[in-house]
Each structure stands twice: as structure tokens, then as C-alpha cells.
Design a protein around this ligand. Sequence first.
Ligand code: NAD
Length: 490
Amino acid sequence: MTRVLKNYINGKWSESKNTKLRDVINPASGQVLSQVPAGSKEDIDYAAESARSAWWSWRNTPATQRVQYLFRMKQILEINADEIAEICTNECGKTFAESKAEIVRAVENIEVACGIPRLLQSDFSEDIATGIDEFYIRQPVGVGASISPFNFPVMIPFWFMPYAIACGNTYIVKPSGKVPGSMTRIFELLQDLNLPAGVLNMVHGGKDTVDAILENQYIRAISFVGSSDVAKYIYRTGSANGKRVQALGGAKNPVVIMPDADVDTTVKIICDSAYGCAGQRCLAAAIVLTVGKAGEVFPAKLAEASKEKRLGYGMTPGVEIGPVITGESKERINKLIEKAVGEGAKLLLDGRNIKVPGGDNGFFVGPTILENVDIESEIYNTEIFGPVIIIKNVDSLDEAIKLANKGHHGNAASIFTTSGAAARKFRHDVQAGNIGINIGIAAPMAFFPFSGWKESFFGDLHGQSFHAVEFYTQTKVVIERWHDEWTRKF
Ligand code: NAD
């Protein structure tokens, strides 16, 4: 019988109040792995009430004690990384190595959050006037919640949750309904932490569940990651309801190749960037802008290297590219390519209809490279979220930067060059939150803030690092003067 996933609320597993279920599917085989509840307002209200009840005692637990749970959380993830990664690969399609890599990133965030007793320290000014001192303290905001996308089911909640609870908030994690299994397993494993009931909760579901988070009076802060349209909706609605919101959106990342770039390493890095996680990565290379003579070399070289990529089930050793997440996703990508070709784009490599051994029921799209794409076309301006590269040749770095800044998104941008001056100009002028210089996936370490610009981000404080600490705390300024019989009188 197919397993039906449960919510974890108030230290216990409970069934959703909504009996409507959705199949969770292995995208490499089409096999149904489990069923996840569509979710309900009642589930969120129950989780928020539990988190609120747990909050006062948790906020009054010293930070040094709170982080002891995180030290053990880190160990639990590390010890069980293979098992969690396999669940992630089966649900999400990415390779086992990619799943392991996201667990490493999750662990790095727990490690940074372990330093929160130090990160909570703030300024103290003695004698702002004679005998009067002023300082501020950081206190938790209350109940927080994260809403995450399908493409990094393990890592993304950890950009927020460890910081939130270490700062003294209680928390609700809402995984993507497409890939709920790895977080469910993590919550099963985290039961060994014996956290006080209600501190950490998980609720499954889709739009109704998210809307309940946006409306719940006890939830004070929301961290969202997903597509730009939904991010905008979350930011607008959550803010209108008086909550703190940080909403990370989609991407369409440009990569500039200068004529002086090293050919072999650049080709390798760009292929890894564009095809890793089957292109379903918010830092993936999407538009390759070759400058001058780079346009004579790189298109053919990229096509040659791309052809060699091995597709398949992510647990099979040697597989480099897994499937995309759903049949609808595959169809959407194929339609975008078809439309672009109809409008005059040239296919240097066509990944539609690729044959993958044993993958007849999987949602595979092979590496695809398009040239002669109209910069006003749908494919040029839409996040494809598949293993597709658009190549365009331009005459100068200025023109490349202008094109790189043209789109609605601003998540990441990379340049490949041996010129420090070109790299410097690029990083200075490009409108994106993450810049790679001879790096294809400019993913910040956990001790740096992570987010994009423009429609890749709505909010101000980003995920990870001291930004997460600021987002999940509020400052209280204290100005004080003390007198008693031993000191001066007023
Ligand atoms: P999505 O926007 O469809 O879903 C994200 C979350 O929002 C899920 O938990 C989902 O249940 C919920 N949701 C979906 N539609 C909703 C609606 N109408 N109202 C309320 N909630 C809704 O995103 P996805 O397809 O799961 O993930 C891919 C997207 O996430 C891509 O656009 C990708 O670029 C983006 N992403 C961004 C980053 C980043 O750091 N900026 C990182 C990873 C993924």
C-alpha cells in the first residue's frame, strides 16, 4: 500500500485534516513513491498554535543551550546523509552526488547557526550622557515559517530554520508537495533531539497551506523560496498581513565568455552549471554571451562536451544528468524549444526525444543548445528550468553587460576571462546578487547572505548568515541609569 505522509506538529505525527492526497512520483521512472496531503488551514492553525505555546519557554532558554540541539542536528544529518540523499534523488531526480552536496550545504548552515550566541551580541555605548548607558538586544520575533521549492528539498529549509530556532523562535517547515519525503525523513531522525514539543513542526501541503501561513496571526516571519510570481504574491500578501517576509524568486542567469577565457575549463564549468540538477537550479547558466572571437570557438566546443553527458536514474553510478521534475515540466520545456525553433532559432544540440536506457517512463530532457534566438522571444525571457543553453555572440563586454542586465531576474551572473579589468568591470556593473568570476555556480557559503536582485528577490534581509539572524530577531534599545545609596543621587 502506498505510504501517506503525515505532518509533525507539537512533537507528534498527525494526519492532515484534508484527506485529499497528491502522488509523489520518482521522475526517473514515473513510479509512485508515496502520497502527500494537499494540506489545510486547520493543519497550519494547529502547528502555529503549538509553536506559539512552545515559544515563551524556548525564547527564555539561553542561546548557548538552544544551540546544543543544533550540534546534534548537524551530526544526525551527517550520519544519515546517504539515506537522506537517496530519498532526495528518488523524489527530485538529481544525481546521488548532487543530493549529497545539498546535504553538505544544509550542514554548513547548521554550523554557522551554532555560532548564534556570538552573533546575537550587539553594541553597547557607555556614558551616552553622564552615568547613562545605551545598548540594544536582539530578541526572537516569535513563530516563523519556511516555504520551499522542489529543487533543493533538503538544503533550502536550512537556509532559515537553524537560525530561526537558535535565535529563540519556534518554527514550521512547509516542504514542496512534489518532494516531501526527504524532509519527512529528516523530521523522523530529528525526533532523537528531544526538542521541546512545538519548537519545530512540519506541515505538508500546497496553496491552501501557504495561504493559511500568510494569514495566521501567530506566524510573524516567513521565508519563501520558489518561482518569481509566487514569491511576489507571498511578499505582497504576507507584508499586507503585517509579517516579515523574505521571498526568493526565479532566475535566468547570464554567463559572459571573453575571447581570452581558457577554453577547456570554461566549457567544463559552463556544462556543469547549465546541466547540473538537469538545469533546475536558481544559479544555473541559462544564457551564454560570447564576446568577439569567443563566438567562433565556444558554441561548437560546448555542443561537443554537452553531447557526452550521460543521462539516467540518479542512483546509477556515472549518471551526470537526471530527469526534470514532472511530465508537465518536460512538456513545457519542449514547447518552449519548439516555439523558438519556429521563430528562427538554430538548434546546435536537440535534447528533446532523447532516449535514456531504462528511462522510458521518466521525464528526461537532454542537453539542448540554441543559437540565433531573438532577445525579445519567450524563451530568451523565461526561466526554462531545464538543461537548455541559449548562446548569443556580441561585439563587446559593454554589449554583454547590457544584455546581462536586460531581464527581469537578477539572481546570478558569471564571467570567464583572464583579464582582471574585464572581471572588475563585470562585477561592478552587472545587476545580480551573486557574481561568479571563472565560477559557474556562484553559491555563497553559509556565512554569506544569499539572494538575488530584481524579480529574483522580494524583501531586504537575505537567507543564511547574519542576515538570517537579523531577519529572525528584532532589536530592543535600552537606555539605562542606575542609582542607589552608594552612588550619586539624581
Ligand atoms: P513554486 O513557486 O511552484 O513553489 C514553491 C513553493 O510555493 C512550494 O512549496 C509550493 O507548494 C508553493 N506554491 C506554489 N504555487 C503557489 C501559489 N500559487 N500560492 C501559494 N503557494 C504556492 O516553485 P518550484 O517550481 O517548486 O521551484 C522552482 C522555482 O524556485 C524556480 O523558479 C527557481 O528559480 C526557484 N528557486 C529559487 C531559488 C533562489 O534562491 N532564488 C532557489 C531555488 C529555487
